[in-house]
Design a protein around this ligand. Structure first.
Ligand code: SAM
Ligand code: SF4
Length: 430
């Protein structure tokens, strides 16, 4: 989501004649787009700002801070970081060109206004980077208030974008060469919940009918809002990729309740089983938190048990990090940092073996790959992703970039697959 917000800001600034660079030494304007989901991201941000302060002093540049930390700190950020020139919350990024303009005239600019503002949702970055896949924001904010999470406080309540706007944007993207879209939102499957526009499964059906779009993904889904109708889409929509990111957060019902997640592990397991009944090859990934206040060794073993049973293709796991404003920050029975990280290491080690097992199970299968680029590791190799969102590296040439090729998987590694291009056979792909 942050990456896409950066694309939106880059697009808005390029329409004012500015070019994007990753090299801070050649930049006239530096924007630090921030995340405050975990404390570590916040610590990294402040140390980066220390370095940028020195660069600004040396060569002079316009320095702005956007995103969640900006929203969390609001006006205090101007005092905490007196050397910055502008700051915008996530709902104000559509004002970036105005902010740079003010800041260039030594007029500091701040906007952390209305979380309900939809203008930031409406920015369409197009296909400036000449890529073949991109994100499309369909909703923002979150109404769930999971007890550990700062998102509803810094990104506001859920607002869904008009389906007609989304469809128009994707139709336009397809004419610009985009083949794969990932629909973005904190909780995409509650898109338009309670509203009078179309539902999320209906939106998927509409996008599935757009010529030129070959692949559809979405992220992130809340297990509670994963309806049977949506599960059904994995069996019926040919462009919907066989992959879903479905965070479970904990394998213990007691902890899930404390987290205010709104489902039980039994309900979660049932949905996984329905997904696999409807789409046998679906790859399932998830997020999970360990060391939540009050998590006992037994609770943690339940998490390990769920991971053992579901056999996720991949897992993003985090040690719990207390966050400002959130209900969990006041819960008793803190788990020590040492214990949380010890559990995290155990979980990650176990998951690594499962991911390897899933990737090895692909050996001998044929997968459709959208070729994205040259591999970073070898000039002779190309890289792309399967519909199940796994990275595949294979011998090829750069004229393949942007095309869909059939690749036989010859080796499964912990983080990627190795493949060999073969002629289309019409055989089963995954
Ligand atoms: N909306 C998505 C959902 O409900 O799963 C995820 C949003 S959040 C940006 C991404 C992940 O960060 C969460 O799934 C959770 O695992 C993790 N996370 C959020 N708050 C956290 C905290 N205080 N400490 C550790 N991890 C956290
Ligand atoms: Fe945070 Fe929960 Fe909303 Fe996800 S659903 S963004 S974890 S509050």
């Amino acid at each position: 989501m942050n990456e896409h917000d950066m694309e939106k800001m880059a697009c808005l600034l390029s329409s004012k004649g500015m070019d994007r660079t990753q090299d801070v030494n050649s930049a006239d304007v530096v924007i630090v787009n921030t995340c405050c989901i975990r404390e570590k991201a916040e610590q990294k941000f402040y140390s980066l700002m220390g370095r940028l302060k020195k660069i600004k002093r040396r060569k002079g540049l316009v320095l702005g801070v956007t995103g969640c930390i900006a929203q969390q700190e609001k006006d205090a950020i101007g005092e905490k970081l007196p050397f910055i020139d502008f700051s915008l919350g996530p709902s104000s990024i559509h004002r970036v060109a105005e902010a740079v303009d003010h800041a260039s005239r030594k007029d500091r600019f701040f906007d952390f206004s209305d979380n309900g503002c939809t203008a930031s949702l409406l920015v369409e970055p197009g296909n400036a980077n000449k890529k073949f896949k991109t994100y499309v924001t369909i909703m923002k904010g979150c109404n769930n208030f999971c007890s550990y999470c700062i998102v509803p406080y810094v990104r506001g309540r859920e607002v869904s974008r008009e389906s007609s706007d989304i469809m128009r944007e994707i139709e336009n993207l397809s004419t610009l060469g985009i083949k794969e879209v990932t629909l973005l939102g904190q909780n995409v499957n509650s898109y338009n919940k309670g509203g009078d526009d179309i539902s999320f499964p209906e939106l998927l059906k509409g996008i599935n009918a757009i010529n030129g779009i070959e692949r559809i993904r979405f992220v992130t889904s809340h297990p509670r809002d994963l309806s049977n109708e949506l599960i059904e889409c994995f069996g019926s929509l040919n462009k919907l990729c066989e992959s879903i990111h479905l965070p479970f957060q904990s394998g213990s019902d007691r902890v899930l309740k404390l987290m205010n997640r709104g489902y039980t592990t039994e309900e979660y397991r049932k949905k996984v089983s329905l997904l696999r009944q409807r789409c046998a090859d679906i790859a399932i990934t998830a997020d999970c938190i360990v060391g939540f206040p009050g998590e006992s060794e037994d609770d943690f073993e339940l998490t390990m048990g769920l991971v053992n049973d579901v056999r996720f293709d991949g897992l993003f796991s985090f040690a719990y990090s207390p966050r400002k404003f959130t209900a969990a920050a006041n819960l008793p029975d803190e788990v020590s940092r040492e214990m949380a990280f010890e559990r995290l290491t155990r979980l990650q080690k176990y998951q690594k073996s499962i991911t390897l097992e899933c990737n090895k199970a692909m050996e001998g299968k044929v997968a459709e790959v959208l070729v994205e680029d040259r591999s970073k590791h070898s000039r002779e190799e190309m890289t792309g992703r399967t519909r199940t969102n796994k990275i595949v590296n294979f011998q090829g040439s750069s004229d393949m970039i942007g095309s869909l090729v059939e690749v036989e998987i010859v080796k499964g590694y912990a983080n990627s697959l190795k493949g060999e291009v073969r002629k289309p056979t019409g055989g089963r792909t995954c």
